[in-house]
Design a binder for this molecule. Structure first.
Ligand SMILES: *Cc1c(COP(=O)(O)O)cnc(C)c1O
Length: 368
């Protein structure tokens, strides 16, 4: 067959190890997974009870326009329904944008390391991708701007950035957006938006009003705890949404996901509580890093990237044998680090105890 030649250089996404996989492999009874930035507190009780009571005719297609969810979300975040696009996870919106704007002869600019799906989709569409290294874990917006030219169709910004947890301050973001030519769509991935506490984080709604060429991506997979149902969304002015819509599959978000997302929006207290617990959890890790002289980036997300000064796979393997699944930085562009999702207080305590054991048995000597 005549496969696209770029397809042959790609490998399928490798997810973090699953709990069942590790249980079987190691014969451990209890496994804690802190690898994929899932919400350790699950989702709102309102979602669970609504899903239980749901009388669904599974033979019928879902609402392809997600009308009810659209209305609910639009009023919650105070945008108009025409300014929203829904996806089977925000992953799918990344795919839709790439499908709509990237092709051979065009290029796209992104940071590195960042969320790998931007590059993956660019390659699939045959576009040239330009990766601009982070500086101290943060987007190098000057470098990214310098990489933009007449052939650039999309720029990807991830704030807070996965896997570093760093964010782009409002003033830096605005001066970047002021300069970027209007033919370039700027995608601002805010998968961890609800966790952000930084005071100089931008107001996304204002950005949409002020710039014609930006789309903001959000998801119900992270703080809302609905990763298994797959629903994410984009916010942009109506003309961008109209242009993207034909590239979207007609029934891309399913009925369970739509209902769950609507219910999740009815419980802001759950989100507030998770956000607070996440801050407390982060403090546990910061404290530990200070005490043990480990480098980590300050995080605005629900994860932390810790540098162990040795092969991240080694740390990963050790933690695995102790029943903790984390993400080795090796596959994330930080070979000496691991990325840990912030868990419940007890989970964090237990994991930090095991990390302490690792440091002691390995006798890792870290620079003062
Ligand atoms: C998790 C994540 C996503 C994907 O989320 P889904 O909505 O589950 O597809 C997108 N962007 C970033 C930066 C993420 O970390």
């Amino acid at each position: 067959m005549r496969w696209k030649k770029q397809l042959l250089e790609l490998s399928p996404y490798k997810p973090g190890k699953s709990i069942d996989e590790v249980k079987k492999q190691l014969g451990l009874k209890e496994i804690v997974k802190l690898a994929s930035n899932e919400n350790p507190f699950g989702c709102s009780q309102k979602v669970l009870s609504a899903l239980k009571q749901l009388q669904l005719n599974t033979a019928l297609y879902p609402d392809g326009y997600a009308s009810q969810l659209r209305e609910t979300l639009a009023s919650t975040i105070e945008v108009s329904p025409e300014e929203l696009i829904f996806g089977n996870g925000s992953d799918e919106i990344i795919q839709i944008i790439s499908r709509a704007l990237l092709q051979p002869g065009t290029n796209t600019v992104m940071a590195t390391p960042t969320f790998p799906q931007y590059r993956h989709n660019a390659i699939l569409e045959g576009a040239e991708y330009r990766e601009i290294p982070l500086i101290d874990g943060e987007h190098d917006l000057d470098g990214m701007f310098a990489a933009v030219d007449n052939g650039t169709n999309v720029v990807w910004l991830c704030s807070p950035n996965n896997p570093t947890g760093t964010y782009i301050s409002e003033s830096r973001l605005l001066s970047f957006l002021d300069k970027v030519p209007s033919h370039v769509l700027v995608v601002l991935d805010e998968a961890y938006y609800e966790y952000v506490v930084a005071e100089d984080y931008h107001d996304s709604r204002e950005l949409i009003r002020r710039y014609e060429n930006i789309i903001v991506l959000r998801t119900f997979s992270k703080i809302y705890g609905l990763a298994s149902l797959r629903v994410g969304y984009g916010i942009a002015n109506a003309s961008i949404i109209r242009a993207l819509e034909p590239a979207r599959e007609p029934f891309n978000t399913n009925s369970f996901a739509q209902l769950a997302a609507i219910e999740a929006l009815q419980d802001p207290d759950f989100i507030e509580d998770c956000k607070m617990k996440n801050r407390e959890g982060l403090e546990q890790y910061y404290h530990f890093c200070r005490e043990n002289n480990l480098h980590c980036y300050p995080s605005q997300g629900n994860f932390i990237l810790i540098d162990f000064g040795c092969d991240g796979d080694k740390v990963f393997q050790f933690l695995l044998t102790q029943g903790f699944i984390v993400r080795s930085g090796n596959a994330l562009g930080f070979p000496n680090s691991v990325r840990i999702t912030i868990g419940s207080r007890q989970q964090n305590e237990a994991l930090l105890k095991v990390i302490k054991e690792f440091l002691e048995t390995e006798k890792i000597v870290l620079p003062e």
